[in-house]
Design a binder for this molecule. Structure first.
Ligand code: ADP
Ligand code: MG
Length: 285
């Protein structure tokens, strides 16, 4: 394509707060027919609201004590669940933690007053515990391997997500998928509100499984775009032909692995990116 048109397309992107790292990205985006979206923090708000704190009945913990333990272990994590929990917790309740470890897509662990506190998916914190039915986004907590309770969050869809999805379809995007590590009940609810088909919802995925989903649709030789926000999304952004990181936090791992970065907290910029890429390629030929 004509270099002048490409340069002009990329500067048009940047005027719209979208940084495109190469002309190839712009060209691929103009041909993309499949979009995959991360759920938490991408289709939904980038801040979750704490809904309920539920100590296990045999734990002798108050709600405040359980929240304090969980938030303390989450202090260093950049996962949206972690930042939302820490922001929603009184600073004076944050305790010192040793041996902090994060397992991507599963949760975090650390030592508080000599006990190992784990926070994250139930099968990560207490693998032998019976399944717990919650309808919300939730994290589970264990102390020295014993289930200690859970915390639920409201994961609200962004106000302009439904309009963004319907506009993508009008822009000629044939397939729109959701890839999430969250459980199916929450995923289906958000998908329904967003206008994404239930058959296109892939829930309970580990980071490696998100990559596999992208590779599966890519085998058609059609470019696939993936939109994500978090550190956990970096591998799937790299697996896509066009990885798009969203969020104002400039230099996160997600932006480094992305082909394009939306510098503002606004999902509708995806529509602008598609429109500018198509316009650029039309002018370039
Ligand atoms: P999503 O695709 O919804 O962004 P992730 O793959 O980032 O989800 O995480 C999947 C799940 O793993 C989360 O819903 C949560 O249950 C758990 N998880 C991952 N990291 C953390 C963390 N730092 N603290 C608590 N839970 C976590
Ligand atoms: Mg996410």
């Amino acid at each position: 394509a004509a270099p002048v048109a490409m340069v002009s397309g990329m500067s048009s992107m940047s005027r719209n707060h979208i940084i495109v790292k190469s002309g190839t990205t712009l060209e691929k985006l103009s041909r993309t027919l499949t979009f995959a979206f991360d759920k938490t923090g991408t289709l939904t708000e980038n801040q979750l609201v704490i809904e309920d704190v539920v100590p296990a009945s045999d734990s002798n913990l108050s709600k405040q004590e359980l929240q304090s333990l969980a938030a303390s272990v989450e202090q260093q994590s950049s996962h949206i669940i972690a930042t939302s929990l820490v922001n929603g917790t009184d600073k004076k309740d944050l305790q010192t933690v040793d041996n902090l470890q994060e397992v991507t897509g599963k949760g975090v662990s650390g030592t508080i007053n000599g006990s190992e506190v784990k926070v994250g998916k139930l099968n990560f914190v207490a693998p032998d515990h019976n399944k717990i039915n919650v309808d919300s986004t939730a994290i589970y907590i264990s102390i020295d391997g014993k289930f200690a309770g859970y915390i639920t969050f409201q994961d609200q869809i962004r106000e302009n997500t439904p309009e963004t999805i319907s506009r993508l379809r009008r822009q000629g995007i044939k397939q729109i998928m959701m890839l999430t590590g969250d459980h199916k009940t929450v995923a289906d609810k958000v998908a329904k509100e967003a206008g994404i088909k239930e058959s296109e919802v892939h829930a309970d995925l580990l980071p490696a499984q998100k990559i596999q989903e992208i590779k599966d649709v890519k085998s058609d030789l059609r470019p696939v775009a993936m939109v994500g926000d978090g550190v956990n999304d970096a591998p799937s952004l790299m697996a896509a032909d066009v990885g798009i990181a969203m969020g104002a936090k400039g230099a996160t791992a997600a932006s480094e692995s992305a082909d394009a970065v939306i510098m503002v907290n606004d999902i509708s910029k995806v529509n602008d990116a598609v429109a500018i890429s198509k316009h650029t390629m039309k002018v370039a030929h």
